[in-house]
Every structure is written in structure tokens, then in C-alpha cells.
Design a protein around this ligand. Structure first.
Ligand code: KIV
Length: 271
């Protein structure tokens, strides 16, 4: 008989139950093994291998340039570091919008080659056939509505979305559609808190907010933003739990001084 304690993995069903039990869901991004290990050990419920890797890891201005191969590489690194959290991977721009078969092929590559547990994509009605094709293949899908960064050149701005009635109504209809199509959760990005509350109360799948107020079923932040590694990015919705940019540049400056002064390495640090 096996005596080891079985580690309880988070599944899409766990998240559904958390909403039902009014337990808040926590999600953070990770793009590499070491960060994923720390984020998982900290106890988050879900880890998003976001296409924000395009900005944070590669230094691009938008999320558009990152490729499917690059997302798979990041996802493989994260999966190797995670024991408990649900790992969700963004389908990158251009890998699912054109037709449902391409969308399914992209999602299958992510699931097969990375070992991740679910995919995320941006949009509602416009990509309904792609979502349906992926869900019908047995792949868990997370939706993403509101400020969808892959459409930034259409929006022209990173300002709050769905302040006008027409856009808010479309967002509510899209959230209901995502639930109907079988998505297991939906990210709501940068929309008024009152609208996020209305959406959260009108669907049975969990809503995960970023800049969408306190009434979502869960919250997500970009890891590098919440630990203060990205000094230039300070939107109202961001809470910084550390100031790592200052900590790290300070440590590097100290190391440079120590090397220049021939203080490092000392005798104890030598063989
Ligand atoms: O790519 C990402 O990091 C995201 C989150 C902001 C939700 O999509």
C-alpha cells in the first residue's frame, strides 16, 4: 500500500467549486521554471503562462510578436516547476483567430508539447467556432474579455474598456456565450468594477479580474509587476508586494563594488 501523501492538484473543477463555495481564486503569471516553483510554493491556485512574456521576457512593446513555439518553450519551463497549481497557457496572437482548425492545432500543440492543463484565448462572439472546436476536443479553455491586449492596435489605448453601454452589453453577452460554449473561467481585464460584478453574478463559471474590482471570483496579476521588478508600470489596479527592482539593482551595485575593491571573493569563499 502506498503511504505517501498525495499532493492535491488544482483542477478546473476545483475552481468551479471555489466559486460555488464563495472562495476567492488567486492566479499569477510565470514564464520560467524558477519563478513557477516559487509561485506554486506560495500557494496560488492557478499559474498563467501569459503572452505578456512578449513584454516581460522579450522586451517587446506589445504581446503580438510572441510565437507559438516561444509560448510552448515558456510553458514547458513552468510545468517542470509546478506541483499543485493549474497551469494555463495563452494562445498567442495569430494562432487561433483565422480558423477553428488552426486554433485546435495550436491548442493541441500546447497541451501535447508542454504538459500544461488548459489554454486561454482572447475574445467572444468573433472566435466562437474556434472556442467550440477546442472545447469539443476536450481541452479546457479560459476566456479573456475587456481590455484584450492582442487587439491593442484596434483599441489604440490601454484605457479602461466597456465604460459605454454598447460595449458593456456586448461584454455581458460574450461572457454568457463563453459559459455556453464550455469555457471553464473567464479573465476580465480593466473594466469598471460594477460591470465585473454584474458579469460575475450572471454566469456560473469563475471570473478572474485584473483591474476589474473586488467582486470577481478571483484575481490575477503579472508576477514581475506585483514584486516590483517593472518600475515603469504603475497602473491604479496594481498592488506591489515588493520593490525588487531597487533590491536587485542595489545588490548588483554592491557586488560590483566588492569585485572592484578585491573584497569578493574572500578566503572563506575560496578553495
Ligand atoms: O498575458 C497575461 O499576462 C494576461 C494577464 C494579464 C491576464 O493575459
Amino acid at each position: 500500500m502506498s503511504v505517501h501523501n498525495e499532493l492535491k492538484r488544482i483542477t478546473t473543477e476545483t475552481l468551479r467549486k471555489m466559486k460555488f463555495d464563495s472562495e476567492k481564486i488567486s492566479m499569477l503569471t510565470a514564464y520560467d521554471f524558477t519563478t513557477a516553483k516559487m509561485v506554486d510554493a506560495g500557494g496560488v491556485d492557478a499559474i498563467l503562462v501569459g503572452d505578456s512574456a512578449s513584454n516581460v521576457m522579450a522586451g517587446h512593446e506589445t504581446t503580438l510578436p510572441i510565437t507559438l513555439d516561444q509560448m510552448i518553450y515558456h510553458a514547458q519551463c513552468v510545468v517542470r516547476g509546478v506541483e499543485r497549481a493549474l497551469v494555463i497557457v495563452d494562445l498567442p496572437f495569430g494562432s487561433y483567430q483565422s480558423d477553428p482548425q488552426k486554433a485546435l492545432d495550436s491548442a493541441v500543440r500546447i497541451m501535447k508539447e508542454s504538459g500544461a492543463h488548459a489554454i486561454k484565448l482572447e475574445g467572444g462572439e468573433e472566435i466562437r467556432d474556434s472556442i467550440l472546436r477546442i472545447v469539443n476536443a476536450g481541452i479546457p479553455v479560459m476566456g479573456h474579455l475587456g481590455l484584450t491586449p492582442q487587439s491593442i492596435y484596434q483599441f489604440g489605448t490601454y484605457k479602461v474598456r466597456a465604460k459605454e453601454e454598447a460595449e458593456a452589453e456586448k461584454l455581458i453577452a460574450d461572457a454568457r456565450l463563453l459559459e455556453e460554449l464550455g469555457c471553464f473561467a473567464v479573465v476580465l481585464e480593466k473594466i469598471p468594477a460594477a460591470l465585473a460584478k454584474q458579469v460575475t453574478e450572471s454566469i456560473d463559471i469563475p471570473t478572474i479580474g485584473i483591474g476589474a474590482g473586488p467582486d470577481c471570483d478571483g484575481q490575477v496579476l503579472v508576477f514581475h509587476d506585483m514584486v516590483g521588478m517593472n518600475k515603469g508600470f504603475s497602473p491604479k489596479f496594481l498592488r506591489r508586494y515588493l520593490e525588487l527592482y531597487d533590491e536587485i539593482t542595489g545588490a548588483v551595485a554592491q557586488y560590483v563594488n566588492d569585485v572592484r575593491a578585491a573584497d569578493f571573493p574572500n578566503q572563506k569563499e575560496s578553495y
